[in-house]
Ligand binder design. Structure first.
Ligand SMILES: Nc1ncnc2c1ncn2[C@@H]1O[C@H](COP(=O)(O)OP(=O)(O)OP(=O)(O)O)[C@@H](O)[C@H]1O
Ligand SMILES: [Mg+2]
Length: 361
């Protein structure tokens, strides 16, 4: 992705403005007037033509003559608004009769529709259009920066996951090998020693090496469970639930489907979300029981975790510091999935995740 610190004046794309009038003379006058705004002006001489253009373009604003043969301005506006793409496109009606406007205005959302009397006052028209252009530009920028943030989040998630897997492997393989070697050397030494004190010493050295091997395993598994790579998601979820119960004393009831091989990235995503959910249960819920269900359908994989604790509140969820929840959402979104969290005071919290499977790997 290219990095642009701040869009410069030239880099800002021109906003598209649609001018609709059946009279060429009026169109020309509008064009002349609005050319000073230096935006991309498009024209249509009928409602039909305007509709076609609105299907293919995102307009910052549409200027619409009310009286036209064929579909008139109001009908054109109604049709434009009925389409998803142009549902919120601002429209300015140009009319010679003020009383026409009052009745039709009720049907529209406030703020996105306006009208001007003909003949239009150039300065008024220009400034109204300029406001919509500015609004359009800001919305566009917001959308772009949201997109960038999403890309960044996705990047960070995958980099972190790769790094963890890498470190886990290094620790496991390298340290594991050295420790095994060391254990053998100590064994060799012990066999050749006669002095009881020294033999006892090698004995305790051996024990120390054993416990170090255990610690190394624990660290590597914490970073990335081998189970996930070797046995798959279903086994890993079962294992994690058991570990969780052992560690916290919170009883886990787990319903698992038969093991299926998923794409490893989808498995990792689901597993990490599951871990995060359990961490929250342990930290916040004061639950005594958790019901966990993993389901696999032809086209999606689902996870449902229900605890019987205090119940998450809306304030908890919308909190600025709810980064754990945000991370879960982002992970799910990254694979086109969705995550839903609901809480009932005194009854517990439910987290439901669903991720589509694009052909199992
Ligand atoms: N199972 C749950 N039961 C009750 N409250 C919960 C539960 N899960 C989350 N919450 C509430 O939602 C808040 C936001 O959770 P989130 O995971 O985003 O943040 P956190 O756990 O406080 O910190 P972290 O960013 O380390 O995860 C928590 O602080 C907690 O108040
Ligand atoms: Mg959390």
């Amino acid at each position: 992705m290219e990095f642009k610190p701040e869009a410069t004046a030239e880099a800002v794309a021109q906003a598209k403005i649609l001018l609709v009038d059946d009279e060429p003379k009026s169109l020309y006058a509008l064009q002349q007037l609005l050319s000073q705004l230096e935006q991309n002006l498009m024209i249509a001489q009928s409602g039909e033509e305007a509709l076609r253009l609105a299907l293919k373009n995102d307009f910052a604003v549409i200027l619409l003559d009310v009286r036209m043969p064929g579909i008139d301005g109001f009908e054109t506006a109604r049709l434009i608004r009925s389409r998803e793409r142009s549902r919120l496109t601002p429209i300015i009606f140009l009319t010679a009769a003020a009383d026409e406007m009052a009745s039709m205005f009720r049907g529209y959302e406030v703020g996105a529709v306006d009208y001007l009397m003909k003949p239009v006052v150039p300065e008024v028209l220009k400034s109204k259009v300029a406001v919509f252009v500015e609004l359009h530009r800001k919305t566009e920028r917001l959308r772009e920066s949201e997109e960038k943030l999403r890309l960044l989040a996705a990047h960070l998630i995958s980099v972190r996951e790769e790094e963890r897997a890498h470190i886990a492997r290094e620790i496991h393989d390298e340290l594991g090998q050295v420790l095994t070697g060391l254990k053998m050397e100590v064994g060799w030494l012990a066999k050749r020693l006669k002095d009881k004190d020294l033999i006892d010493k090698t004995d305790s050295m051996g024990k120390l090496i054993d416990s170090t091997v255990q610690t190394v395993r624990k660290i590597a598994t914490g970073l990335r469970p081998e189970m996930l790579d070797d046995m798959g998601l279903v086994a890993a979820v079962g294992w994690q639930a058991k570990e969780f119960q052992k560690r916290t004393g919170i009883r886990c009831r787990v319903k698992l489907p038969p093991e299926v091989k998923f794409d490893i990235d989808v498995s990792t995503t689901m597993f990490r979300i599951f871990q995060e959910v359990l961490t929250n249960v342990a930290r916040h819920s004061r639950a005594t029981r958790v019901d966990i269900e993993l389901t696999v359908a032809a086209d999606r994989i689902g996870l449902d975790v229900l605890d019987n604790g205090v119940g998450i509140t809306d304030t908890d969820m919308s909190g600025k510091k709810s980064l754990g929840l945000l991370g879960m959402h982002e992970r799910a979104l990254l694979f086109g999935g969705e995550l839903k969290i609901t809480g009932t005071a005194g009854h517990g919290t439910r987290v439901t995740v669903s991720i589509p499977l694009k052909g199992k790997a």
